[in-house]
Design a protein around this ligand. Structure first.
Ligand code: FAD
Length: 304
């Protein structure tokens, strides 16, 4: 059995594994695919101390860093269940089981997609999901934000300070964001809100050049010229497999964590985008992975 078993091989899981292994305890890392969401990222400019890198390159370096320690890397396997008493047991899709004194859940999240033509094709070529990550790439340009919930309106206000013009498209007849955000948005001179709009395609040749939508009331198709389309229709944590377990999730399906990364289940900790952390970013995921590993180590030295 392991002392600490990390489930997930993104920034949070990698950081947790390094912090645990540096304590000289038996550490394992189980990941469906090492690298996580960062593998889908082309340019990263907000890892402090690394002014510019690319996702696959960066996670290659992170993997090398993990492998400098005695970490048992198990990849290509999905966790499907968890059971905790004296030991924590992780069930695998292939029917096998792993046992550990403490487990750190770091299974990350994924952005919901619109599943419309052009969305996959122009990912990293104008289609974006994160204003904190990619906003500055669209400085002085026109962009669209799809989604009128809190994350969409926060993104639109943020982008309005960087971009030339921001179009907000909401499927429903009203915005769903908090009133205060809506009021702030309406004060901005370079934002146009389009309600009752079904986004139908993202168009261009090499990069995004325009976005088409249908006015749901009239059925009329419209196209707006934009260099970028930010899709903000929700972030889904990879926690479906935890739904019928003892681990407490919030209404968004995020694992509820304490300040040391502990969950409600003794010996089970969590880190990164699968948790209720307020912001979802690489350095934040890495910080919370370190926190969870130190929390797990403190738990182990008390447990004896
Ligand atoms: P993830 O990176 O999601 O990793 C989850 C890991 O868990 C993966 O290894 C996965 O295979 C594994 N896993 C999932 N379920 C299971 C299971 N049941 N069993 C076993 N393994 C499992 N952030 C920035 O700071 N800067 C950026 O520029 C930036 N750009 C982004 C661009 C895009 C397109 C996307 C999608 C995200 C971007 N982000 C960026 C956000 C950043 O990638 C995430 O905040 C970060 O990756 C979260 O790390 P994580 O370790 O919590 O989860």
């Amino acid at each position: 059995p392991f002392d600490v078993l990390v489930v997930g091989g993104g920034p949070a899981g990698a950081s947790a594994a390094i912090y645990a292994a540096r304590k000289g305890i038996r550490t394992g890392l189980l990941a469906n695919e090492f690298g996580g969401q960062v593998l889908e990222t082309l340019t990263i400019e907000n890892i402090i101390g690394t002014p510019k890198t690319e996702g696959p390159k960066f996670m290659g370096e992170v993997k090398q860093h993990v492998q400098e320690y005695d970490v048992d890397l198990i990849s290509g396997e999905m966790a499907t269940g968890i059971q905790a008493d004296e030991m924590v047991r992780i069930d695998l899709e292939n029917g096998e089981q792993l046992h550990s004194k403490a487990v750190i859940l770091a299974t990350g999240a994924r952005w919901r997609n619109l599943n419309i033509p052009g969305e996959a094709e122009f990912k990293n070529k104008g289609v974006a999901y994160c204003p904190h990550c990619d906003g500055p790439l669209f400085a002085g340009k026109d962009v669209a934000v799809v989604g009128g919930g809190n994350s969409g309106i926060e993104a639109a206000i943020d982008l309005a300070g960087i971009c030339n013009h921001v179009y907000v498209l909401e499927f429903l007849p009203t915005l769903k964001a908090d009133k205060i955000l809506q009021e702030r948005l309406l004060e901005l001179p370079n934002v146009t809100v389009i309600l009752n709009a079904q986004t139908t395609s993202i168009n261009g040749s090499d990069r995004v050049e325009s976005l088409s939508y249908q006015q749901r009331e009239t059925g009329v198709e419209e196209t707006i010229s934009v260099a970028g389309a930010f899709i903000l229709i929700g972030l889904q944590p990879n926690t479906k497999w935890l739904e019928n377990t003892a681990v407490n999730l919030n209404e968004r399906g995020e694992i509820i964590t304490a300040i040391d990364g502990a969950t409600n289940v003794t010996g089970v900790f969590a880190a990164g985008d699968c948790t209720d952390s307020r912001y979802k970013q690489i350095i934040i995921a890495m910080g919370s992975g370190a926190t969870a590993a130190l929390g797990a180590f403190d738990y182990l030295i008390r447990k004896g």
